[in-house]
Design a protein around this ligand. Sequence first.
Ligand SMILES: O=C(O)C[C@@](O)(C[N+](=O)[O-])C(=O)O
Ligand code: SF4
Length: 724
Amino acid sequence: MTLDRPLTLAEKVVYGHLDDPTTRAVRGETYLKLRPDRVAMQDATAQMATLQFISAGLPTTQVPTTVHCDHLIAAQEGAGEDLARAKSENAEVYDFLSSASSKYGMGFWRPGSGIIHQIVLENYAFPGGLMIGTDSHTPNAGGLGMVAVGVGGADAVDVMAGLPWELKAPKIIGVKLSGKLTGWASAKDVILKVAGILTVKGGTGAIIEYFGEGVDSLSCTGMGTICNMGAEIGATTSIFPYNSRMGDYLNATGRQGIASLAETYSENLRADDSAVYDQIIEVDLSTLEPHVNGPFTPDLAHPLSQFKAAVEKQGWPPELTVGLIGSCTNSSYEDMSRSASIVRQALDKGVKSKSLFNITPGSEQVRATIARDGIIDTFEETGGTVLANACGPCIGQWNRSDVPKGTPNSIVTSFNRNFSMRNDGNPQTHTFITSPELVTAMALSGRLDFNPLTDELTAADGSSFKLELPKGDELPARGYDPGEDTFQPPMEDASAVKVHVDPSSARLQLLEPFQAWNGSDYEDLPILIKALGKCTTDHISMAGPWLKYRGHLDNISNNMLIGAVNAENGEINSVKNSLTGEYGAVPDVARAYKAAGVQWVVVGDENYGEGSSREHAALEPRHLGGVAVLVRSFARIHETNLKKQGMLPLTFATPEDYDKIDPEDKLSITGLSTFAPGVPLSVVVKKPGGVTLNVTVNHTFNADQIEWFKAGSALNKIKSDLLS
Ligand SMILES: O=C(O)C[C@@](O)(C[N+](=O)[O-])C(=O)O
Ligand code: SF4
C-alpha cells in the first residue's frame, strides 16, 4: 500500500496485514480485508465458534489458534477445591474442546492454566502483530504493541477457515501521556480517567493509540491493563508503541529473539512524528490521581479525592463486603507484588483485612512465581483467599455466600466491568473498579470510602498509622517460575480423533443452519421488547450461571434479554405477548411467537450490545425467531455479530424516533428488495389504533454482508462459497 501521508502506529500494523496491499484505506469508511497472525478463544465462547467451524465442514485451522479454559471455574472455597470441582462439573465441555483442539490443529490450555489474555501476553503477543480473539478484552495484547481485536466466534471461523477477516478502517484516537506516575496512582488510573472522558461509547469504531514521554514510565503489563479496559469505551482496540519495558517483558518471558527484532525495527513500531489523529486526549501522569469508577458502569469515574463525598451523597453502602484483585485486567506479577506490599505493612502492625479479600492470579506462571516469592503466604496471612487462575467472580462464576441475594452491599474490584448483576447476580451489589493497590487498602480498612492518602488505620496496639506507598517489582527479580505445564499442543496426526457431541447433552448442541431470507419485506412484526437504557451483552445473554449452556443454543436461549429493562413497565423479564395479551418472561414470549410462526423485532437504546464479544447475544434472538434489532446506536462487536447471524441491526436515522415507538406497535421493514450499501431502509410503525408513521432507519451493511443476510448467515455463505 503506497500512502502519501504519515502513519499512526495502529495504521502501520493494520495496513501491514492487508489481504490486498494495494487497498486504499479511508478511516471510518473502508471495509478492510485483513490477515491476522493468530486466533485465541476462551472456553465460554470457543464452544460456539468450534461448533460453527464443525458445521462448516472445514478440515483444520489455517491460522495458529489456541483455546483457553478460564471462564468455567466457579470461585467458592479456593484454588485447589474450585479447580477440582470445575474439572468434574465441566468434564464434557473440556473433553469437547480438548478433542476439537486436537482434531482441528489448535493449542489447548487446560483449566488452571490462567486467563486467556495473560497467557497470550506471556506466550503469543508480539509488537507489530495482528490477532483476533473471541473475547472483548483481547486488546490486552496492545500492551506488547499488538493490534488485538475482540470478535464473535463467527469472525474467528472466517480466519480459521483461511478467509480474510473484515474490519471497517478504524478512526484513531491519540492519548498523549506526559510526566510520570506518582504516589498511589497506577496504570489502571490512566484508563479509569480516559473512560470517564470518552464514556462507554466514545471509542466505538476507533483504535486508541497511546504516545508521548509518559509511555516509558509504564510497565508492559501496566500498558496491557490500559489496553484491556479500552474495551469498556467501545474501542476496537488500544495500542502502545514498542519500548524498553516491552523488551524487558519479552526477555523475562523467554522471547529474546522477538525483543531484539523489535529493537531493530522499532521505527516501524511507533507512529510517524507527524502522524495525524482524529482526536487527541492529553493525560499528565504527574498529576493523575487514583480513580474509583462505578457503580454499574465503568465510565462513572471518581477521582479518589472526591470519592468519599460521592459515597456519602449517593448513599452507596459504605461498608466494604469484599475486595477482589485479579481478572485479566490486573493479575500480573507487578499487580500482585504491589498489593502484597500493602498487606505486609498492615500485618507488621498486627492488622488483617477487615473485608473478605479474594485474589485471582492471572496465570499458572504468575501463581507459581508469587507462591515462590512468599506473596501468596502474605495474602493468606491477612485472611485472603487465593482463587484459581481463572476469571471467577469477574464473570459471575462466584458461589458467593457472604451476602444474601437482594441485599444492598458494596464490593470493590480490580476488574474491568461492573455491570449490574455481573459478578454475583445480585442487582443490589454495587461494584466499583479501581487499582489492585487501592482494592487492597480499602479491604484492609473494611470501608468503601477509605482513602489511603488521607485516612489512617488502627494498629493492633491501638495506635494509628497511614499506609505508605505501594512498592513492587515490575518483573520478578528471580525470573518467572513457569509452574505446572498445562498446555496441550496441536496433534501432528489427528485423523483418528473423534469430536463427540452427545445428542442428549444439556451443554452442547450441534448447530442447524439458519434459514435464508425469503425475499420479502417484513410485515407487521411485534416488538418482543423495547429495551430502556443500558442494554449490554450481560443484559442480553447473562453470564454467571448461564455460562454452562454456552455450547447449547436452545438452552442458553432461555436467558435471552432477561436482564433488559422493558420500557413499557420498567421491569426486567416481563413482556406482553401480543398474541394473548398476557405478560411473560422474554424467552417464553419469544418461543410462543416462534411456535406461532410470528417473527419479531427488538427496539433498543444507545450503545446496544455494549461489552462482551459473546455472539450468543446475537445467536439467541436469531434462534428464537427475531429478524431485526432497531436501536439508537450499537456497540461494534455486537452489531457485527448480529450481521454474521443473519439478523438486521438497524439504527434510527433520527435517534429521537426511539421515543415515537411504543411496545405494542407493529413494525414493517420495507425496502429489502433493494437492500444496498448506504441506502437507508424504511420502517412503517402501526399503532394499535391504526395510525401509522414512517421511520427512516440506517444500516452499515456492505455488499458482502448483505449476502450474509440473504443466505441466512455468514456461515451459510461461507459454506455455499466453499462448495461452489
Ligand atoms: O462473555 C464471556 O464469555 C465473558 C467475557 O470474557 C467475554 N468478553 O468480554 O467478550 C466477559 O468478560 O464478558
Ligand atoms: S473480563 Fe473477566 S470474564 Fe472476561 S476475560 Fe477478563 S477475567 Fe475473564
